[in-house]
Design a protein around this ligand. Sequence first.
Ligand SMILES: CC(C)(COP(=O)(O)OP(=O)(O)OC[C@H]1O[C@@H](n2cnc3c(N)ncnc32)[C@H](O)[C@@H]1OP(=O)(O)O)[C@@H](O)C(=O)NCCC(=O)NCCS
Length: 166
Amino acid sequence: MIIAETHRLILRTLNESDLDALMSVWGDQEVMRYSGGAGTREREENALKFYITLYKENGYSPYAVIEKKNQGFLGVCGFNPPSENGEIELVYHFAKKHWGMGYATEAAEACIDYAKNHFLTDKIAAFIDPENIGSENVLKKLGFEYKGAKFHQGSQKIEPYFVLTL
Ligand SMILES: CC(C)(COP(=O)(O)OP(=O)(O)OC[C@H]1O[C@@H](n2cnc3c(N)ncnc32)[C@H](O)[C@@H]1OP(=O)(O)O)[C@@H](O)C(=O)NCCC(=O)NCCS
């Protein structure tokens, strides 16, 4: 199912046949350096199943980001479930050869619009590793506000915490 279309991108729901493409992202140590490290195929197959169910039950998940021009799989962008008493979390992971072309910002803007238009939430959170300058820049471009350091259940670490109010 198509979630959004932008100038260059299509965002669609994940499906089970995406595993090979996802391994080029979630299975790559450099891409996942600030997100808990590269996963095994088995771990990411479980993650994919979790996200397919998450979308069916809640209407959000990370989505596949596809390049319109050649239908190539660039990465994922979308939402993780909230931490306890928190907001849904914006996440984005792109294959390394596609970094630096504005895709993360373009995809995340479309996800934020989707959340707004489908009343998924009125606030979106994001946590980053303090060394992940690229990710911090994406959040700043999207208008997220830094709210201090907060414990993040996903990473089990205290991390810089950002919020966007819709
Ligand atoms: C972080 C990430 C998503 C950025 O994707 P991207 O498509 O390259 O981002 P954009 O091109 O939209 O860049 C947005 C801004 O950040 C800047 N930026 C991107 N990567 C950067 C880096 N490594 N260092 C400094 N600035 C960076 C860009 O120059 C751009 O600013 P500009 O428009 O003023 O030039 C991508 O590098 C990635 O997938 N990293 C691995 C996964 C990850 O860490 N995800 C975040 C955790 S949820």
